[in-house]
Write a protein that binds this ligand. Structure first.
Ligand code: ADP
Length: 439
């Protein structure tokens, strides 16, 4: 190794999907060299990257090669093998955010623990292994103030298999989540009764799952924030996100939020970023409703809810990542237009790379022709049902919040006439979630 010279000021990104692709677009615009580590030469970011280390994203030896060419490295997703990366950091490889900052963010369980440690609001939860341990009535909950698991329900089932009893204060429905590796609803299961819970416990390793209260939210909100190496924190506008079958369907910027709510969201972001000594972009997903603002999930990276910033803000979330990871000051983003609607384009028909129509040419040109529309097509090979293939952002003109919402819903309808939502999957978890949310 060592034959490949360092590119001055180059930034490395582990991952080659659409987030890396949009980062590469921003890097090209700014004249920043971007080196990508990804196994698949057809991944979206490869065509735009300055250089590519072709290797699996979890291949730490390849990440070392990447580091030899770059000033700093960040990641496209949070499924990291921290133990494998630690020796690289010890040898001086600059990961931004640092591995220490990423450690609590790589799984949903440690995220919940972090939020509790910082007294930041999140849904109440418990580790499923505590139910499997079962009947150990004296097992303590990990969440909040330690409570005791109740004794198995006195329902007369003395001789049969013992039903897992829910911890005190919890009731169905519950949302069970795979702690690591889940995304877009893959790795979640709605539990509506003891039988659902038992079925899950029979199928999975309970140590890898958490369960949490099912939140009766009115809206889902999201905030992309960033912290630079000097410790300054800036936030993009708070946005509303809408999920269909647990996958982001559309994003409306800005959210209709009063000053207090906006301030609360920003304070949560600043607390988190500062406590973690985090450098780079971080995204926060919230539930908002009768319980106030609750943090659902943290993503230590750019995020689907921030795509709209490419056209609608003074700088995009990708620009911000390049600035903060590259050692420059974070810039406070401003909306350049009254608002924006971003709609995800998920594959809605089973097609593969051999079919010439796999790239939906007619729908794409119809979307691109809509007024004020900006189409982003990720250029993925093949397109299974439900796969994120692109997104479209339309800039909104109305300044009054209610009029802007109406405008956004009209535009959404227009887009959905061209690009429908994918058909319902067969997965039981997705159907159960739909039944509970009525999505
Ligand atoms: P993933 O990492 O798979 O995206 P999330 O935790 O973000 O998982 O959940 C996906 C979606 O499922 C959320 O956006 C929300 O609509 C719904 N959801 C998740 N957790 C809960 C919960 N505790 N209560 C109600 N709905 C939830």
């Amino acid at each position: 190794m060592g034959a490949t010279p360092t590119l001055p000021g180059a930034i490395g990104i582990v991952g080659g999907g659409q987030l890396a692709w949009m980062l590469a677009e921003a890097a090209q615009r700014r004249g920043v060299a971007l080196v990508v580590q990804t196994p698949n030469p057809h991944d979206p970011a490869v065509a735009l990257a300055s250089r590519v280390v072709q290797a699996d994203v979890r291949d730490a030896a390849a990440t070392r090669q990447l580091a030899e060419q770059c000033l700093a490295i960040s990641f496209e997703n949070e499924w990291l093998d921290l133990a494998a990366l630690a020796p690289l950091e010890a040898d001086g490889v600059r990961f931004l955010p640092s591995l220490e900052a990423l450690r609590p963010l790589v799984c949903k369980r440690s995220q919940r623990e972090l939020l509790q440690r910082l007294h930041l609001p999140c849904p109440r939860w418990f580790g499923l292994e505590q139910l499997a341990a079962g009947t150990a009535a004296d097992t303590q909950l990990e969440s909040g103030s330690p409570e005791q698991l109740p004794s198995p329900a006195a329902d007369g089932a003395v001789d049969g298999p013992r039903q897992p009893a829910l911890p005190e204060g919890f009731a169905y429905p519950l949302m069970a989540k795979l702690a690591s590796g889940g995304y877009d609803g893959r790795g979640t299961a709605v539990l509506r009764c003891d039988a659902d819970l038992q079925a899950l416990l029979d199928q999975v390793d309970p140590a890898e799952w958490i369960a949490e209260e099912f939140v009766a939210f009115e809206q889902e909100l999201a905030l992309v924030a960033a912290r630079d190496q000097a410790g300054d924190v800036v936030c993009f506008p708070l946005v509303q996100t809408h999920q269909h079958r647990q996958v982001c369907d559309w994003v409306l910027a800005p959210a209709e939020a009063g000053h207090a709510l906006l301030q609360r969201a920003r304070n949560i972001a600043a607390s988190l970023l500062t406590a973690l000594d985090y450098v780079g972009v971080l995204s926060i997903e919230f539930f908002y409703g009768p319980q106030g603002l609750l943090v659902n999930e943290l993503a230590p990276r750019t995020h689907n809810s921030g795509h709209y910033s490419i056209e609608a803000c003074s700088l995009s979330q990708y620009d911000q990542q390049l600035l903060t990871v590259g050692g420059a000051a974070a810039e406070a983003p401003q909306l350049r237009v009254p608002g924006a609607l971003m709609v995800n384009l998920l594959g809605f028909e089973a097609r593969d790379a051999d079919h010439p129509e796999a790239s939906y040419p007619q729908q794409r040109s119809a979307l691109a022709a809509l007024p004020g529309a900006h189409l982003h097509w990720y250029g993925k090979r093949g397109s299974s049902v439900g796969r994120k293939l692109g997104h479209v952002t339309v800039l909104l003109e109305q300044t009054d919040p209610q009029a802007r919402r109406d405008e956004a819903m009209d535009r959404l309808e227009q887009i959905r006439r061209i690009w429908p939502l994918p058909p319902a999957p067969n997965g039981a978890a997705a159907q159960a979630a739909e039944a509970v949310h009525g999505a």
